[in-house]
Ligand binder design. Structure first.
Ligand code: MF3
Ligand code: CO
Ligand code: CO
Length: 267
C-alpha cells in the first residue's frame, strides 16, 4: 500500500508501483514515437488518434482519456492556437501547422502521461522558436526535481524562461501527480513563486506539462464541445509533457524514450 504523507495526499510510490508506472510511461513515450512518422500534411487528427489507440491496445494498455469525464477519444490533439484538450476528428493537417499529441495509457492499472509537439512541412521561424522555448521550459522544470526542492520551484523557472522570450504561461491547466490514477495530487502549476508548495520527496511521480502561448496567457474552452481550450487572441500555443519520478539523487524522466534528457545526478 502507498505511504501517504500526513500533511498532503501526495502518494509516495512503492518500488513495485514505480516499476509499473515506469512501464506505462515507457509505453506512453513509445506511442508518440510510433505515430510520429504518420503525422504529415493531408492526414486527419482522427487518423493519428486511431493509430495511437491501436498501438496502446496492441501493447496491452487502455487509453485513460476514454470515458474520462465524458471524453471519448484515446488522445488529445491540439493544433496551432489550441492550448490543450483538442479532440481528434476530421481536421486535416496542413503545411505550416504545429500540433501537440498527448497520450495516457493505463498498463496493468498504472498510468503514464506524455505529450510532444510536431510540425507539418515548413513552419515559421516564430513557431519553431515557440516550440524550442517550450521544450526548454520543460527541461528547466525537470532540472528542479530533486528532494528538498518545492513544487513551486518548477513553475518559477518555467514562467521566468517563457517571459524572458516574450511569451506567456497558461495558468488554467497544470501538471499533476500521476501513476495510480490519472490526476493525483500535487497540482504542478507552470507559473509559481520559488520556494512554495509541497516539498519534493523520493518516490513522488508527477507530470510537468508547460503550455506556453505566443500572445496572451488566457485560455477559453470551446462552448460547443466543452473541451478544446484555445488562446483568446488566436495566437499559437505549444506544450510538452513528461512524467517525472523524484529519486533520492535525481529526476528520472519516465516517459523519455528518446534519451533526450540526460539525467543529472545531484548528490
Ligand atoms: N493528458 C492530459 C493531461 O496531460 C489530460 C487529458 S484529459 C482529456 O493531463 F479528457 F482531455 F483527455
Ligand atoms: Co498530464
Ligand atoms: Co497528458
Amino acid at each position: 500500500m502507498a505511504f501517504r504523507d500526513t500533511k498532503s495526499k501526495i502518494i509516495i510510490k512503492t518500488p513495485e508501483q514505480i516499476e509499473g508506472i515506469r512501464k506505462a510511461s515507457k509505453l506512453a513515450g513509445q506511442t508518440l514515437k510510433a505515430v510520429a512518422s504518420y503525422i504529415k500534411a493531408g492526414v486527419t487528427t482522427g487518423y493519428i488518434n486511431d493509430l495511437a489507440e491501436q498501438f496502446m491496445r496492441d501493447h496491452g494498455a487502455i487509453p485513460a482519456t476514454i470515458g474520462y469525464h465524458g471524453y471519448t477519444k484515446a488522445s488529445c490533439i491540439s493544433v496551432n492556437d489550441v492550448i490543450c484538450h483538442g479532440i481528434p476528428g476530421t481536421l486535416e493537417l496542413r503545411d505550416g501547422d504545429i500540433l501537440n499529441v498527448d497520450v495516457t495509457p493505463i498498463l496493468n492499472g498504472y498510468y503514464g502521461d506524455t505529450s510532444s509537439m510536431f510540425t507539418i512541412g515548413e513552419v515559421t521561424e516564430h513557431a519553431k522558436k515557440l516550440i524550442d522555448v517550450t521544450k526548454e521550459c520543460l527541461r528547466l522544470g525537470i532540472e528542479q526535481c530533486t528532494p528538498g526542492k518545492r513544487i513551486g520551484d518548477i513553475g518559477y523557472v518555467i514562467n521566468k524562461h517563457a517571459v524572458k522570450h516574450g511569451y506567456s504561461t497558461v495558468y488554467e491547466f497544470c501538471g499533476h501527480g500521476v501513476g495510480l490514477k490519472f490526476h493525483e495530487e500535487p497540482e504542478v502549476s507552470h507559473i509559481a513563486d520559488a520556494n512554495t508548495g509541497p516539498v519534493m520527496q523520493p518516490g513522488m511521480i508527477f507530470t510537468i506539462e508547460p503550455m506556453i502561448n505566443a500572445g496572451k496567457a488566457r485560455a477559453k474552452v470551446d462552448k460547443n464541445d466543452g473541451w478544446t481550450a484555445r488562446t483568446i487572441d488566436g495566437k499559437l500555443s505549444a506544450q510538452f509533457e513528461h512524467t517525472i519520478l523524484v529519486t533520492p539523487t535525481f529526476a528520472e524522466v519516465l516517459t523519455d524514450v528518446n534519451g533526450d534528457y540526460e539525467i543529472p545526478i545531484w548528490n
